[in-house]
Write a protein that binds this ligand. Structure first.
Ligand SMILES: *[C@@H]1O[C@H](CO)[C@@H](O)[C@H](O)[C@H]1NC(C)=O
Ligand SMILES: *[C@@H]1O[C@H](CO)[C@@H](O)[C@H](O)[C@H]1NC(C)=O
Ligand SMILES: *[C@@H]1O[C@H](CO)[C@@H](O)[C@H](O)[C@H]1NC(C)=O
Ligand SMILES: *[C@@H]1O[C@H](CO)[C@@H](O)[C@H](O)[C@H]1NC(C)=O
Ligand SMILES: *[C@@H]1O[C@H](CO)[C@@H](O)[C@H](O)[C@H]1NC(C)=O
Ligand SMILES: *[C@@H]1O[C@H](CO)[C@@H](O)[C@H](O)[C@H]1NC(C)=O
Length: 871
């Protein structure tokens, strides 16, 4: 089979919806563990529910059940909520495998995949390992032996020789389960099995980064045991979505199975800690099992776009940093020349068609001593090209124009010679022609041979193996990936904590897809951190030490290296904001070996209203000698969250300012005896001269060094230099909220006729997150029927299904809509009742950030024009 390499770009431009709720599906957290009793009660109350999942384990972290409500009415929900054993009823939400941002995948059933002997782990030269300091831990003898890491993902292709070949005890992938089945989309009913094989690819890539043992590379911790918890199917060959009841169930099972660490490269816009999945993560962490979670790939949305469940209290949120190299998966072919070269191997990336198993003479058009770029046609001597391979240099005009120039002279096979290091998959739409790309040095060698009057010929073999090579990435290599989602959360907590190589990462891929792929995303950075945690835990185990999740989170966030801002094209001269990078690039060696320890991962100074006048931390000397410390600080850029003169978020890159806080550290020099600790107090004065209306987010690092200058730790600090309760959360600027008719036409006058058959629709959109959005209904024609008080409004009740809690801000150009069916709910969780014909209006309220639920003035309020309702 011919090997085809393709690149697709997803994620950056696709608008992420604010909320993805599975209609009719709910999670009930219940007292006691008996979900059968819950189901019996539903049946005896005449409520038809279809059981989805039992969400409990002996560990009692969470007891609940998820179900589909066949008749999804507010009455039925209200009844269920009123049962004494129901603690909380929440809608089932959908999440995605944090989508790879750019994928370069080799697809070939004939690829040669080889593992290597499980030895020689004390060295690794894999570029991401050198970048993150893993090689130094390996040479310390750490490989992850005895540590179990649960991977919540698309499953793992354990048949891959580099991932052990088999599933079950005694193998690399030794535990786990399939919670959903291959046909699961996120919306249909999960069909569990006990085989967590991966049919989509994502989880196999993640697993390889943690623990592969391949001839070309190894995972970070090649001797850990992996648990595969499959929460995605592959409905159309790629991962669908996962619902949070499935995610909760997977996390609970992984914890009950004794995982030392649970890792998930999954997320979606949130920024609130109250989602049930985030709650379960928080409880699992509190019960002692650490969780590493991808920070999300929504960097394009700008600040205040933290992802769930990376935002869970206690989770470790991971940012991505670009590999210093761009690895490539190339197909091999050979070339020979009439005299000097015999069967020299070269690699190419196919663009379109297939070169089959053929030998072609290479035609190298030469213009001004260079291979022609084909942009003004081919030279006169370009004849009889039908059986030749035409080489054309990349640049000046489009790939199509070059290929067309060759086809115009009868060519059927074209090789584009790259003009920058490496290859890409050229985008070619010209038909009836086979096209591939070679690296510049291959083209240069051919040019030299032709200049030396030799004839060059290429030989392709459609069964030839892929091979892996790497070129330097001088543009963005080593810098922060622009796709990482930025913090802070809607509650002013910093996410991410730490970054790891996640951009352009080579790892294992399902055997049926060719065995290897180069992917990018915080999905790829998270397993790197998981592997490093595996090494840390192994080290602690050897020392007989018990480790808490907090120790890991603090250690990771404070041993990193802050990086310069990079806008995707070049480095700036200043450090990127803490809101984008947390602690910066992971330093695995320092994380495991630091003899200086603090007890805080982040110093979060909150907004100006809730400004923390001081924050403190405990500094411990875990070494064996008395040490003198010197504490200083340095700043990262300040970022404006909002566009100038606007209430809307600024898309990437936000406006950055080289404005820094003034930081006081007391004491700033101190001497600590071995095993002793001292308190340090930090005070911050935010940068001066900022435009508060644009919601500036400032930050930097407290630098802890030995008196001799040797760097130890850096604690990230950050805060918001605005009074957040004054920031506008509703997207009024683009005309929201909107009252619409059934055809989505805006109703801007009073008195429009609406009815059950042509109901009104309400659209709202958030410029910033809001913890509570409510819509209430006011009778205009019969004021005496307004018997429910909502702050200053007398209403007939609220829109069924509202209030809506814990709303992330909308991504650009998205909105939320709700249809009104003439019913209202008199109190939250109450049964909906019909209202009679008459004139009504809607009153919308959105709680401002940091606002209090019961304080009317903490809400934004808007009222709609009135309309006439006929049932
Ligand atoms: C998934 O769906 C396909 C097509 O309908 C079917 O052939 C296959 O058996 C299903 N797989 C499972 C595990 O149910
Ligand atoms: C698979 O793709 C087809 C065609 O694009 C689409 O109609 C179908 O809904 C998809 N199935 C699933 C389960 O996503
Ligand atoms: C950009 O900065 C990163 C880290 O801050 C560094 O690794 C990389 O080499 C820099 N790139 C260039 C082109 O200077
Ligand atoms: C900031 O203040 C708000 C309001 O008191 C609080 O809810 C939130 O937890 C605080 N955030 C942090 C990071 O302390
Ligand atoms: C109105 O908008 C909603 C969602 O925004 C959409 O589902 C619906 O199809 C639209 N209706 C019409 C008639 O365009
Ligand atoms: C609708 O009527 C109210 C109350 O009489 C009035 O305040 C408002 O301006 C009117 N709105 C429109 C769009 O005419």
């Amino acid at each position: 089979m011919h090997l085809q390499t393709f690149i697709t770009f997803v994620g950056l431009l696709s608008p992420a919806l604010a909320q993805r709720i599975l209609p009719g599906a709910y999670i009930a957290e219940i007292k006691g563990t008996n979900s059968n009793a819950f189901l019996d009660k539903a049946r005896s109350s005449g409520i038809r529910v279809r059981h989805r999942m039992a969400l409990n384990q002996e560990t009692s972290i969470f007891n609940g059940i998820s179900f589909d409500l066949e008749d999804d009415t507010a009455e039925n929900r209200a009844k269920i909520e009123s049962w004494g054993e129901v603690v909380q009823l929440s809608p089932v939400r959908l999440y995605d495998a944090a989508a790879p941002v750019a994928r370069r995948i080799s697809r070939d059933t004939a690829a040669v995949i080889s593992k290597r002997a499980a030895e020689g782990f004390e060295t690794t030269t894999f570029p991401p390992h050198l970048q993150g300091g893993v090689h130094k831990l390996r040479s310390q003898g750490l490989t992850g032996t005895g540590i179990k890491i649960a991977v919540i993902d698309t499953g793992i292709d354990y048949t891959h020789p580099s991932l052990g070949g088999k599933f079950g005890p005694g193998n690399k992938v030794s535990f786990g389960t399939d919670l959903v089945g291959e046909n699961y989309t996120g919306s249909n009913t999960p069909v569990p099995s006990d085989d967590p094989i991966d049919c989509a690819g994502h989880g196999t890539h993640v697993a390889g980064t943690i623990a592969a043992v391949d001839k070309d590379f190894t995972g970070v911790a090649p001797n850990v045991e992996l648990g595969a918890y499959r929460v995605f199917g592959c409905p159309n060959g790629s991962a669908g979505s996962a619902s949070n009841d499935v995610l909760i169930s997977a996390f609970l099972q992984a914890q009950a199975d004794g995982a030392d660490l649970i890792t998930a490269s999954i997320g979606g816009p949130s920024g609130w800690t109250a989602d049930p999945w985030a709650q379960v993560v928080q409880r699992i962490v509190e019960a002692g099992t650490p969780c590493s979670i991808a920070a999300g790939n929504e960097g394009s949305e700008g600040l205040f776009y933290a992802s769930g469940a990376a935002d869970a209290v206690g989770a470790i949120a991971v940012a991505s940093i670009n590999n210093i190299n761009s690895p490539e998966v190339l197909t091999s072919a050979k070339y020979s020349s009439s005299k000097s070269v015999k069967e020299k191997t070269f690699g190419y990336t196919a663009a379109t068609g297939t070169f089959g198993s053929e030998t072609y003479e290479v035609y190298v058009p030469i213009v001004d001593g260079q291979i022609s770029d084909g942009c003004s046609g081919l030279p006169e001597d370009a004849t009889a090209l039908g059986n030749k391979m035409v080489a054309i240099r990349r640049g000046t005009c489009t790939f199509d124009a070059k290929v067309q120039a060759a086809v115009a002279r009868g060519a059927k096979n074209v090789i584009i010679v790259n003009n920058v290091p490496g290859t890409i998959q050229a985008s070619v739409t010209v038909g009836n022609v086979n096209v591939g790309m070679v690296e510049p040095q291959t083209g240069a060698a051919w040019l030299d041979l032709v200049n030396a009057k030799e004839t060059v010929s290429t030989t392709f073999d459609k069964t030839s193996p892929v091979f892996i090579t790497a070129v330097e990435n001088p543009i963005t290599g080593g810098s922060l990936s622009i796709f990482t989602s930025w913090g802070p959360t809607n509650e002013m907590y910093q996410r991410p904590h730490i970054g790891a190589p996640g951009g352009n990462i080579l790892s294992t891929y399902p055997v049926k897809f060719g065995g290897y792929a180069v992917l990018s995303g915080t999905s790829m950075a998270t397993p790197f951190v998981a592997g490093v945690i595996g090494l840390y835990l192994e080290n602690a185990k050897k020392l007989g030490r018990k480790v808490t999740p907090a120790e890991l989170r603090v250690g990771l966030a404070t041993t990193g290296k802050p990086l310069l801002f990079n806008d995707g094209a070049k480095n700036s001269t200043f450090l990127a904001p803490v809101a984008q990078q947390g602690g910066g690039l992971i330093d695995a060696f320092k994380f495991v070996n630091s003899k200086t320890i603090v007890d805080r991962d982040l110093l979060e100074f909150n907004d100006t209203q809730h400004f923390r006048k001081s924050l403190d931390f405990k500094l411990t000397n875990a070494g064996s000698e008395t040490v003198s410390y010197k504490l200083t600080s340095f700043g990262g850029a300040t970022a404006y969250a909002l566009k100038e003169g606007s209430t809307l978020a600024q898309q990437f890159p936000p406006t950055l300012l080289e404005s820094y806080s003034t930081v006081t550290i007391e004491p700033s020099t101190l001497e600590i005896k071995p095993g002793q600790s001292k308190r340090v107090v930090v005070r911050v004065t935010p940068p001066a001269g900022l435009d508060e209306a644009r919601v500036p987010v400032y930050g930097g690092w407290i630098n802890i060094a030995y008196a001799n200058g040797e760097d130890q730790l850096r604690i990230p600090y950050m805060g918001v230099a605005a009074h957040m309760k004054k920031a506008t959360v509703t997207n009024f600027e683009e005309g929201y909220p909107i009252l619409m008719n059934v055809r989505n036409q805006t109703l801007s006058v009073n008195g429009t006729e609406v009815s059950r058959s042509a109901p009104p629709r309400f659209a709202w959109s958030l410029a910033l997150g809001s913890g509570l959005v409510r819509i209430d209904v006011v009778s205009v024609s019969a004021p005496e029927s307004n018997d429910v008080t909502v702050f200053d409004d007398k209403t007939v009740g609220s829109f069924p299904g509202y209030p809506n809690y814990w709303n992330p801000r909308n991504s650009a150009n998205t909105r939320n809509t709700a249809v009104w069916n003439g019913r209202v709910v008199k109190k939250e969780g109450g049964a909906p009742v019909r209202v009679p014909a008459g004139n009504y209006k809607f009153v919308y309220r959105a709680l401002k950030l940091t606002g209090r639920k019961h304080t009317g003035r903490d809400y934004e309020r808007w009222e709609s024009p009135s309309f006439h309702w006929s049932p």
